[in-house]
Design a protein around this ligand. Structure first.
Ligand SMILES: [Zn+2]
Ligand SMILES: [Zn+2]
Ligand SMILES: [Zn+2]
Length: 308
């Protein structure tokens, strides 16, 4: 007979914990407590790669336990968890949790190769940029271009499969893509509404980080006040040291943990907000000359831009 207590025991059996689905282990930041942590630890110990990945991200970024966090991410990555491979690539590219010279571009690119081969499209896009720029791998403009087109193509395919609005956008039917001249969205590095990215759902780990830091200060100790979150709002990754993340080279107002986040944010929001820094400095100077108060004018110009 399946009594309540036997059912409870069964629910805590290793095999059940190992097979628990991603939706089942997707703990939310708002529900974080000792029980939630224990549940994830038990699932991870039972060999559940999704739990291992989620707990690894939480420990690494939210609790600044870089060592245990990295071990858990590594455990998931070794079992071929694509998201874990990609997150480890971002950590290597940025040298997260280490001083600036702790960046390992080669290791990052190798992790991207493995994540991309397991179908991770952001990793493929990141790799395309790495190859184009010779960032951790040998430089090849045509090779990088090919990878970026492949990434756009995969996004297009997933939009066709799900029938999302991105498909119409990719074909230029939505009216959203209004470039100055005729062009192929598929060939754009990340300048267009190539399908699929706008409506996709963030992974549970990213949702956790974003929710966690929505109501908490970043980092601890000296200099924590200078740390910022990735400007791609569904990413949630925080900087682990000052100036860790890349800036938008045009406006310098936004920062990104990765080029994949930059590409996604450009498509869904930033291309409409990005103003070259020189422009608003010019505007500020014009105002300053008019009323002789440079500080107020710079502040007014910056406020007008509504920069994050
Ligand atoms: Zn386009
Ligand atoms: Zn990011
Ligand atoms: Zn910008």
């Amino acid at each position: 007979m399946l009594t309540c207590s036997r059912f409870r025991e069964l629910g805590q059996h290793k095999l059940v914990l190992r097979r628990a689905s991603p939706a089942c282990v997707a703990v939310r930041a708002g529900a974080w407590c000792d029980d939630a942590r224990r549940f994830l630890v038990r699932c991870a110990q039972a060999g559940n790669t999704e739990a291992s990945y989620l707990l690894g991200m939480i420990l690494f970024y939210c609790f600044e336990n870089r060592k245990l966090g990295s071990e858990l991410l590594g455990a998931a990555a070794r079992r071929g968890h694509a998201e874990a491979l990609y997150s480890m690539a971002i950590i290597q590219f940025n040298g997260s949790g280490l001083p600036k010279d702790g960046r390992n571009l080669h290791a990052g690119a190798q992790l991207c190769v493995r994540a991309a081969s397991r179908g991770h499209n952001d990793a493929l896009r990141e790799l395309g940029h790495c190859v184009s720029d010779g960032y951790g791998v040998r430089r090849s403009l045509s090779g990088g271009r090919r990878l970026l087109i492949q990434a756009n193509f995969r996004e297009l395919c997933s939009a066709v499969a799900t029938g999302g609005p991105g498909f119409a956008a990719a074909l230029g039917l939505s009216g959203e893509c209004k470039p100055p001249g005729p062009h192929m969205c598929l060939l754009s590095d990340y300048g267009c509404h190539v399908a699929g990215s706008a409506g996709r759902r963030a992974h549970a780990a990213n949702a956790f980080l974003a929710e966690w830091y929505a109501s908490r200060q970043l980092g601890s100790g000296a200099g924590a006040g200078a740390l910022r979150l990735c400007s791609q709002p569904t990413c949630g990754r925080p900087e682990t040291r000052k100036h860790e993340f890349r800036r938008c080279s045009v406006c310098s107002a936004v920062i990104y943990c990765s080029r994949a986040c930059q590409a996604l944010h450009w498509k869904v929001a930033h291309k409409n907000e990005c103003v070259p820094m020189a422009h608003w400095l010019d505007a500020a100077n014009a105002n300053a000359n008019a009323n002789g108060n440079a500080v107020a004018a710079v502040e007014a110009a910056a406020a007008q831009m509504a920069m994050p």
